[in-house]
Write a protein that binds this ligand. Structure first.
Ligand SMILES: Cc1cc2nc3c(=O)[nH]c(=O)nc-3n(C[C@H](O)[C@H](O)[C@H](O)COP(=O)(O)O)c2cc1C
Length: 380
């Protein structure tokens, strides 16, 4: 197919061609990906009240099966790890059965998926989970938390005992086994964006005085223990880890990024997971360059996009590939463009996000009704 004729709508595309490498096949663990574009995990709050994914989610993910890899949205490995209403789970037989329909639909459409496993830690609320949130230390989120009755002040989480630590590690391993049972190719351990594992990494949220708090070697211990347990459960080839050095999501704050992340990456490398996934990767930052030097395996980089346009996506992705990223993860571009790969291939403009509110709530609207180039061309 030729370059897209309507490129005037997006001035950046007149100067940017897709980097050949981006749309060419790549290996990831035991998989061959048809291209290097990864759909980043995105919570869409469409599971049922018990965390079971339904047919709407199967349709949504199958529409995006042309991605090199889909990393499905954060799913909780146990009841207390639940963050918000309608977040999917992966700890019971009904969750496995629900997800099996999703992975089946994606496989039938030619795609492949990992599942992100996320424990919220202090990002949770008794009104959501029915349980009191657990965290490394009793330090509440300073912001309110969304519940079925609207935003409520966060509660002070209970400090995890060593028993809680060991049980949570075991829950991640069991969730990973469930994910494989449900047809996922593997799982992504969520150690980013201010959730439980990230809370262990930062001295602002981790004031523990045991082996899991204090110096860097202790604060990285929980993420390393979870990753090791998950790798032991399903094989390192099926495991990825997501990190967000210095990212301030969910009131996260880190003051030793340039020391902590190299130590973490070294320790994770000993486990040989299939990939490391960096949120808001910036090739100009020392920490990104250090991670690339220290990480011998596949590195997925999620760029910080100035704007969600074809031009910015191609430009930022090419910069990251030039800086050593193996795969590029994109969130909102995949959310609003089921045929993102085709749009990037032909240089077509991207659909904008229609309604930000519908990113995190709702039904089919704003979820499975974004047009492809083909459906947009059909007469109304
Ligand atoms: C609606 C929405 C939900 C998200 N949910 C998750 C999630 O479940 N897990 C996660 O690690 N990141 C999540 N993110 C962050 C994205 O994975 C990604 O890092 C971020 O959107 C930046 O990439 P982008 O500019 O390509 O969208 C979410 C982002 C959006 C927009």
């Amino acid at each position: 197919m030729t370059r897209y004729e309507g490129r005037k709508e997006d001035p950046m595309t007149t100067t940017t061609e897709p980097d050949d490498a981006l749309l060419e096949p790549a290996r990831l663990g035991g998989l061959v990906l048809p291209n290097r574009m990864v759909m980043a995990p995105m919570t869409r709050n469409r599971a049922d009240a018990d965390g079971v994914p339904g047919s709407l989610m199967a349709t949504y993910y199958a529409q995006r099966a042309a991605a090199g890899l889909i990393v499905a949205e954060a799913a909780t490995p146990n009841a207390v790890g639940l963050t918000y209403p309608n977040i999917p789970a992966i700890y019971g037989p009904a969750h496995v059965a629900g997800w099996r329909n999703v992975t089946g639909a994606v496989r039938a459409a030619g795609g492949r998926m990992f599942l992100q496993i996320q424990h919220g830690g202090r990002i949770g609320h008794p009104d959501n989970s029915g349980l009191h949130p657990l965290a490394p230390s009793p330090i509440p989120l300073p912001d309110p938390i969304y519940t079925p009755s609207g935003f409520r002040p966060a509660v002070t989480p209970r400090e995890m005992t060593l028993d809680d630590v060991h049980r949570t590690v075991a829950d991640f391993a069991a969730a990973a086994r469930n994910a494989v049972d449900a047809g996922f190719e593997g799982v992504e351990v969520h150690s980013a964006n201010g959730y439980l594992l990230h809370q262990y990494l930062s001295s602002a949220t981790n004031r523990r005085t045991d082996a899991y708090g204090g110096p860097i070697e202790n604060r990285i211990r929980f993420t390393v223990a979870v990753t090791r347990a998950v790798a032991d459960a399903i094989g390192p080839d099926r495991v990825g880890v997501r990190i967000a050095p210095g990212v301030t999501a969910n009131a996260m704050c880190e003051d030793d990024v340039d020391e902590l992340y190299p130590a973490l990456v070294r320790a994770l490398a000993e486990i040989s997971p299939a990939y490391l996934h960096v949120v808001y990767a910036d090739p100009d930052q020392d920490v990104f360059r250090a991670i690339r030097r220290l990480w011998p395996g596949t590195l997925i980089a999620n760029p910080k996009l100035p704007d969600v346009t074809t031009g910015h996506v191609l430009h930022e992705s090419a910069r990251l590939v030039a800086a050593g990223a193996d795969l590029i993860a994109l969130g909102r571009p995949f959310l609003a463009n089921p045929d993102l790969i085709e749009r990037l291939r032909v240089g077509a403009p991207l659909n904008p996000i229609r309604d930000r509110h519908l990113m995190y709530t709702g039904d089919a609207t704003g979820y499975i009704d974004y047009p492809t180039l083909e459906t947009a061309a059909q007469p109304a």
